[in-house]
Design a protein around this ligand. Structure first.
Ligand SMILES: Nc1ncnc2c1ncn2[C@@H]1O[C@H](COP(=O)(O)OP(=O)(O)OP(=O)(O)O)[C@@H](O)[C@H]1O
Length: 338
């Protein structure tokens, strides 16, 4: 993980032995007029993973997902879906892929159940005789059975999301791609979606899920790809990225020399920083470090865990976005005042 404070964050990739990939992109780029929505994206989705695509609004998650599904043609680059190169392999790959993307195109005047039956009729892997049962099972799984008779037009955003998810679950898929699946859901709905994702993972499906919330990704994913301004700035196993650079404690103290002497006597590695000392938590714990310092009479004003690699990276990305947003808001106000 880089700790550079420059605007551009270097990509971090943590890969062990080469995994079998459910999806893969190379040099993916999409340009809309003057907007570069996605740029040089090399994404690896290991088979069996729950991969979270994490990024602030406008970072290119939806565009990447649309290209992954063959819904949008890349300006440049390659996409491989379940081992098939797009666009030629799309017909072969897609029946094994369930997707929830914006605007799934349900009919407003049909009920949730009728809409789902129509969607099921287009599923090549679903025999006509199995449609009714598959629809009822999917409605049940997403908690929509009681409202299935109501017209789609009257559904809340959360219910529309659930119906989209149900359509993705009509048959057992090798890969499920969900774009912001908890958007518009209340906490109970969010928990249900997480449960569905956990069940899919347990059943051996690969899941790609996008979110702008780190907490969301942390709760459900095994892998993560962080997007920023259309490029992947970090990807790999979530646990590895979270623990990268995480094992240190920042101790704020004016007694830097005493602190270093006491820690070194206790065979705890530490180095001076501007506000005190930074202690590596290798073979020791935060309470043991504090006890050592306090016993040595060091005045500890504050002690805090250093943010993990991923938390740190994501905070820097979103904070940078926010300050830019605020600046452009100021510009707009000044423009208006002229
Ligand atoms: N069809 C389009 N035409 C023009 N610009 C587009 C189009 N689709 C996306 N963009 C632009 O590309 C950039 C990336 O958008 P995208 O929707 O992929 O990001 P995102 O990370 O999914 O954002 P959000 O979380 O807000 O949905 C944005 O600047 C967006 O305005």
């Amino acid at each position: 993980m880089t700790s550079s404070t420059s605007a551009r964050v270097e990509p971090v990739t943590t890969t062990g032995s080469t995994p079998v990939l459910a999806a893969r992109t190379r040099g993916l780029r999409k340009v809309y007029g003057r907007t570069v929505a996605v740029d040089r994206v090399d994404l690896d989705v290991p088979r069996g993973a729950v991969l979270g695509m994490l990024g602030p609004n406008g970072s290119g998650k939806t565009t990447t997902i649309r290209m992954l599904l063959g819904l949008v043609r890349p300006t440049e680059g390659e996409v491989e879906l379940l081992g098939k190169a797009l666009p030629d392999g799309v017909a072969e790959a897609l029946p094994h892929v369930g997707a929830l993307v914006e605007g799934p195109g349900f009919h407003p005047f049909l009920s949730g159940r009728e809409n789902l039956r129509r969607a099921a009729a287009f599923e090549p892997l679903l025999a006509t005789g199995d449609i009714r049962q598959a629809v009822e099972d999917a409605l049940e799984r997403v908690g929509l059975a009681a409202a299935a008779h109501r017209r789609y037009r009257g559904y809340s955003l959360g219910m529309k999301q659930r119906l989209g998810l149900a359509a993705a679950l009509l048959v057992k898929r090798k890969l499920i791609v969900l774009d912001e699946p908890t958007n518009g859901l209340d906490p109970a709905g969010t928990r249900e979606v997480r449960k569905v994702i956990a069940d899919l993972h347990e059943a051996g499906s690969t899941v790609v899920v996008s979110s702008h919330l780190l907490s969301e990704i942390e709760a459900i994913c095994t892998h993560v790809a962080v997007l920023h301004r259309g490029t992947v700035v970090a990807q790999g196993e979530l646990a590895e990225l979270l623990h990268a650079d995480s094992s240190s404690l920042l101790v704020v103290t004016p007694d830097v020399d005493d602190a270093l002497n006491a820690l070194r006597a206790g065979r705890i590695s530490a180095r001076p920083i501007e506000e005190g000392v930074r202690v590596e938590l290798i073979g020791t714990t935060a309470p043991a470090v504090l006890e050592t310092l306090v016993r040595a009479g060091v005045a500890v004003h504050e002690a805090r865990r250093h943010r993990t690699g991923l938390e740190d990276l994501f905070a820097r990305l979103t904070e940078a976005e926010e300050s830019e947003h605020n600046l452009s808001a100021v510009d707009t106000i000044e423009e208006g005042a002229r």
